[in-house]
Write a protein that binds this ligand. Structure first.
Ligand SMILES: [Zn+2]
Length: 509
């Protein structure tokens, strides 16, 4: 595949847009730091929502709030006509990931509270900065086209993007440019390493009785949960090596002297293809039924809490973004940035190699031997419209993921520089799509003739499934007031580090 080259005008506009993105770096930093300080969990991103929607409205976007029946989801739109470019990025945090930024050891702001232990605080700021820089050029050059900005609400629960598709939010979109935090600057095309999944809660119902006085009269729903888990863990040995599955018990009964009438267990079933996900899910359902029979309890209708298709990225758009990545290059890290990275890596027992400084010259294609791994419900979007994920260098390599350590860099110069650099790439790729109609054509040609030739999207959602918008409500309520004390105030402090009085970097001697 060859994609159209930049002519002189496009080259100039790309240089201009990169300079403009750079000039917005203070605003970018304020957005990154503010969302970090909100530290909100999936479906409860209310402060983040209000903050981001305000910025978009102030900048001329019309914003539809509460889309797809999800209060903290929105679709912001500016411009008119084709192409329609949709910029997305995840926005939610991780339980118990509260952490002081810039400190290279575990030091929570608020013990037990959630925080940005994945780095989802910086992708939407990246998209906003890119969009504002491109919008300025579109206005001056009178370029037709529509920019949409949307949040990956509750991504940690893979809770919303399939519903966005179901609600038709991407129906008129030509290309989706997604961005996800990383420690390097890259894109890929084709099937990505990792998995899709269904996230399902099984609830059993038995009968209470006095646990000591008349246990024979009770039927324990908790027995069914335990037997389901035991059954699943035996079966695990006979499942594909690339699969991943895990569970938490969401209801284990009320108190020991009352035979548990209800009990629930929440499973993630991950596999690398749609049919394999369905098969894993069927296995889970069968084991749940068996557990109910053994325990003499009832299995209630299962509840779908989230889904994700495996991801497939568009070749033509990835090629364009890859060329822009080569132009932009990695950020210039300071000795302080490197010192923080090395100290955190040392603290975690990882190789203390510091931050990445180099790009990979080659654009990576489809995964060859997919050994499984994480998921992102951007997969659902990627099977409905040509999509890429830009991975940008805002975090430190060698971290465990979903952990306080992944929050350390996320309100420091490492994140700020990485986001600015990523926004340059995003803006340049937007210009490619706006100024080269041929590129959009090639993207759809790949989508129609290669990607979806033999495999078409079918939702994993069942008709009766609804967004699980009540998730995390109690947990967020428990910590919100305490967390509010730490919200970043950019009118008083230049950076969040300054507000918290943290010396950058703070490392163990
Ligand atoms: Zn993520």
């Amino acid at each position: 595949m060859t994609i159209p080259k930049d002519d002189g005008r496009i080259q100039k506009l790309k240089e201009e847009v990169a300079t403009d993105v750079e000039s917005r770096k203070d605003h970018t930093q304020q957005m990154v730091d503010s969302i970090f300080s909100f530290g909100e969990l999936g479906f409860q991103e209310t402060e983040t929502h209000r903050y981001v929607v305000d910025i978009l409205k102030k900048n001329g976007f019309s914003v539809e709030e509460g889309v797809a029946g999800i209060p903290t989801a929105f679709m912001a739109t500016w411009g008119s006509g084709k192409p329609v470019i949709a910029l997305g990025s995840d926005i939610d945090g991780i339980p118990q990931a509260s952490q002081k930024p810039g400190v290279a050891y575990h030091d929570p702001l608020d013990e037990g509270a959630p925080g940005h232990g994945e780095g989802h605080n910086c992708g939407v700021p990246l998209n906003i900065t890119a969009a504002l820089a491109v919008k300025k050029i579109m206005e001056r050059e009178k370029l037709p086209g529509t920019i949409k900005i949307w949040p990956g609400t509750a991504e940690e629960l893979v809770g919303t993007k399939a519903y966005f598709i179901r609600a038709g939010l991407f129906k008129d979109v030509d290309v989706a440019l997604f961005a996800h935090v990383s420690d390097g600057l890259s894109v890929t095309w084709g099937d990505r390493e990792g998995t899709g999944l269904v996230s399902v809660e099984y609830t059993f119902r038995g009968q209470t009785a006095h646990s000591a006085g008349a246990p024979w009269r009770g039927r324990s729903a908790l027995d069914a949960v335990e037997l389901m888990n035991i059954g699943w863990n035996y079966r695990r040995e006979h499942l594909g090596l690339e699969h991943r599955s895990h569970y938490v018990v969401t209801d284990g009964g009320d108190q020991p002297n009352v035979v548990p009438r209800t009990a629930s267990v929440w499973y993630y079933f991950r596999q690398t293809t749609y049919p394999k996900i369905k098969e894993l899910w069927d296995t889970g359902d069968a084991i749940a039924k068996g557990a109910a029979m053994m325990s003499g309890v009832e299995l209630l209708p299962t509840r779908m809490l989230g889904t994700a298709w495996p991801q497939h990225m568009n070749r033509a758009v990835a090629m364009a973004a890859h060329e822009n990545i080569q132009k932009v290059g990695m950020p210039k890290w300071s000795e302080d940035d490197q010192a923080l990275a090395r100290a955190l890596q040392k603290e975690l027992g990882s190789n203390p190699r510091g931050l990445s400084t180099r790009l990979t010259a080659q654009l990576a294609g489809p995964v060859r031997d997919n050994r499984g791994g994480g998921s992102d419900d951007i997969g659902d979007i990627s099977w409905n419209v040509p999509t890429i994920t830009l991975r940008y260098p805002a975090n430190i390599p060698g971290l465990p993921g979903h952990n306080w350590a992944n929050a350390v860099a996320m309100a420091t110069p490492i994140a700020h520089k990485g986001v600015t650099q990523g926004a340059k790439v995003q803006a340049m790729t937007m210009l490619d799509l706006l100024l080269k109609p041929e590129l959009v054509k090639l993207a759809w040609q790949y989508f129609n003739e290669v990607q979806t030739k033999d495999l078409k999207y079918q939702p994993l959602l069942r008709e009766q499934d609804k967004p699980a918008i009540e998730l995390n409500k109690d947990r967020m309520k428990k910590y919100r007031e305490e967390m509010r004390k730490y919200y970043y105030d950019p009118t008083k402090y230049k950076t969040y580090l300054e507000q918290l009085g943290i010396n950058y970097p703070t490392v163990k001697k």
